[in-house]
Design a protein around this ligand. Sequence first.
Ligand code: ASP
Length: 334
Amino acid sequence: MKKRILIIHTGGTFGMVPMSPSSVLAPEKIASHVLQYVPELTRIADVEFAFVFNLDSAEIEIPHWITLGETIVANMEQFDGFVIIHGTDSMVYTATALSFMLRNLPKPVILTGSQRPLAMIRTDARMNLINAVELATYPIPEVSICFDNKLLRGNRTIKYSSTDYDAFRSPNYPPLATVGIDIHIENTHLTPDGAFEFLPQFQNDLLVLRFVPGLSVRFLEALLHHPPRAIFIEALGLGNVPIQNNAFLTWVENLISQDVLVLVGSQSPHGGVDLSRYQNGMELKKAGAIGCGDMTTEAAIVKTMHLLGSGLHSRETFSRAFLEPIAGEISSPR
Ligand code: ASP
């Protein structure tokens, strides 16, 4: 018997119509548009369509994540898997948010999209959608991203290229599946270890800061008057900042003395953070900053929003939860 797959449309390049790039698909046209270009989907599964919004993914915010989560929860019993058509620009953030909201997910939720619209010659949309729908019939109960013949864990993924068909990378975790003439399931996926739960909690009291050599701390000092609840610093290498000129470090110490959660990530997508390796990271750790291990910047940011939204505000409870995997987004505390 064929599996039942719900295809949820949210927008992005995928559904754009050539010759009038600004024209959007009307809700009632989604199914016929997709089935006109990819009729073989019905040979893979019993597909149904849902339309939640039609946006460039740059427009997507926390309420959109929650609407998507609610759509999946409302349809969980009726379908065997879910495919979300989404713009590529913020796909990783949506996938990550869903992975934290949909705890102990029992069925596959696969996001896909394309670099060229479905209706254009040389489009990557057709193959991406066929692969996503087929993979959604497999028992891979995770929120993942299917793109260019790979299935990647959503909360481990980064958007690497704004132009190549091979647009996504998973720098610190192997693929969940690869597609060639055969589909290879790599047995790297999660299995639920408890009852399915929906936790749509996010709070965005967070600022993201990329450290660069020569950064003027003068501008940062203004933040000490109205600090956010958490600051995520994209530091150098394994999580290093200067200590000889200690203006930046002193700023961090001042934040922490005001009970701001200071989180440290890396500008290097591969390898992660280890604040014990160099003196320059160690000083951040001594000041009370929390390294984000091998989480991507995207995962660490969305996780911070999720933990703050769940009411974890004290340094101890936050830091313990931050370093524990929720949905496979971090390997092991360092
Ligand atoms: N700007 C588009 C979006 O993210 C790009 C895409 O879909 O690839 O919605």
